[in-house]
Design a protein around this ligand. Structure first.
Ligand code: ACO
Length: 363
């Protein structure tokens, strides 16, 4: 038995390959370096869905249908009532997605992609007492998300930065949420059920819940010269440094640099963001040096969440929404894995090792 299934191979996949020793991520045959900055969100949807949901529509048709689905799901936004508004944004998304029909076809898949993208901005606006902004189907998916969030036309640079983020996090091997999606798919429950299970796994702080706390940490540190003392004290108190460490990567997470590059491009003209990046780089250097001394046997490096926090902050997503934006980007991977599992896999049903008491034998 392997606690946490560490190093256990539990599925064959053609979708993505995480090389933890080399710090490399391949998505359906394409290295992440070649995707980020070149591919838009819709390209990665076409790449990951190809062959898994019937004949794939071409990119233009896919973008059009995705736009129509954003309009369709916007009709569910009035279901966000006062009780739901009390919940964190990712929980509001989950509750609204639970209203959608289950299914295994491209229509269901596109509806789920659209739902994640529409429900988060609407929930965030309603939480601030603002009216939700209806989708604009002619916009690209990333542009429309930002337009629904800010009620204004986003800049080219902002759209490119969100595309870079969504592409970077689209799929990542058999992480906890993707495994959850595949477990549900293995019972043939349907794509909506798979996505709901995956969101639930994603929201924990050991998985997709880390970037908000990364920003809290940077705020608390405040200035580069405070980093060393602050980080040492956090570790003295038994805390984990958010944005560091990974189950698979033993070197730098390649997604961290992809996002750092996107952030630097976005921030070229904004001094406030430049200061933030400088602080983050100083914190990163201090953390890596301290972790090396404190945990000499466990290589701990920066993970995707560290620069996610800065990029999403620069795009004006509030920090409590970061896990929800992660869900928007990862839904395509969850769906592709669910389809792969349903088409090729068996029911996932491992066994447990019973370590409890045995019944008393009758005397
Ligand atoms: N800060 C300090 N110490 C750490 C950290 C960290 N961020 N991560 C791991 N360690 C230490 C552990 O305390 C442990 O030390 P010990 O053996 O002396 O007790 C050792 O490294 C191994 O840790 P595990 O928990 O066994 O590693 P695991 O593979 O289970 O954890 C995880 C991976 C959950 C990501 C972990 O590194 C962590 O908690 N990081 C902080 C949270 C975070 O950034 N999460 C986002 C991950 S990326 C993603 O899911 C998208």
């Amino acid at each position: 038995m392997k606690n946490g299934l560490e190093d256990v191979v539990a599925a064959e996949t053609q979708l993505s390959h995480v090389n933890g020793e080399a710090g490399e991520l391949i998505i359906r045959g394409v290295s992440l370096d070649h995707l980020v900055g070149h591919a838009r969100y819709e390209d990665v949807v076409a790449l990951l869905f190809g062959g898994l949901l019937g004949p794939a529509p071409d990119r233009a048709e896919l973008a059009k249908r995705l736009g129509q689905k954003r309009v369709e799901v916007f009709a569910h936004v009035p279901a966000i009532d006062d009780a739901l508004l009390e919940l964190p944004p990712v929980d509001i998304m989950r509750a609204l997605i639970a209203r959608l029909p289950d299914g295994d076809d491209l229509d269901t898949a596109l509806r789920l992609l659209a739902a994640a993208a529409v429900f988060l901005p609407a929930a965030l606006r309603l939480k601030k007492g603002e009216t939700p902004v209806a989708p604009t189907p002619a916009l690209s998916h990333s542009a429309d998300i930002l337009a629904m969030l800010g009620a204004s036309v986003p800049s080219k640079e902002e759209v490119a930065a969100l595309d870079a983020y969504l592409v970077t996090i689209s799929d990542h091997g058999l992480n906890a949420s993707t495994f959850a999606s595949r477990v549900v798919a293995s019972t043939k429950a349907g794509l909506t059920s798979s996505v709901l299970a995956a969101i639930s796994a994603l929201k924990g702080p050991l998985h997709g819940g880390a970037p908000g706390p990364v920003l809290d940490m940077l705020d608390a540190i405040g200035m580069p010269e405070n980093a060393q003392v602050w980080l040492s004290e956090a570790l003295d108190h038994g805390e984990r440094l958010m944005g560091f460490g990974h189950r698979v990567y033993r070197v730098r997470d390649p997604r961290a640099d992809a996002l750092k590059g996107a952030l630097k491009q976005l921030s070229a003209a904004d001094p406030a963001n430049r200061d933030r990046i400088q602080l983050a780089e100083a914190v990163e250097q201090s953390a890596l040096a301290i972790l090396k001394v404190r945990k000499p046997d466990r290589p701990l490096d920066v993970n995707v969440e560290f620069y996610t926090a800065l990029l999403l902050d620069a795009l004006k997503f509030p920090r409590e929404a970061f896990t929800g934006v992660f869900a928007i980007g990862r839904t395509v991977g969850w769906i592709a894995h669910a389809r792969e599992q349903a088409l090729e896999g068996r029911l996932i049903r491992p066994r447990s090792l019973y370590v409890g008491p045995m019944p008393q034998k009758a005397a």
